[in-house]
Design a protein around this ligand. Sequence first.
Ligand SMILES: [Zn+2]
Length: 66
Amino acid sequence: MPEAYARPEPSLIPILRPRCPLCQGRMMLIRIEPRQNGADLRTFECSTCEHIYNVLAEDPTKSTEA
Ligand SMILES: [Zn+2]
């Protein structure tokens, strides 16, 4: 097992890979676009049916402590 598995990127912790709304398959994170106020627009793609799914993730350091 690669060492990277034990130390995931902090930015990958707050959001889990969603299930595809069409086929319930695992979706892969293919792009992260920085937005205002520390939010990220994360684009997922289904590895099974290639459905695209966007999630706007707010800055976890602000949302969890407030
Ligand atoms: Zn799918």
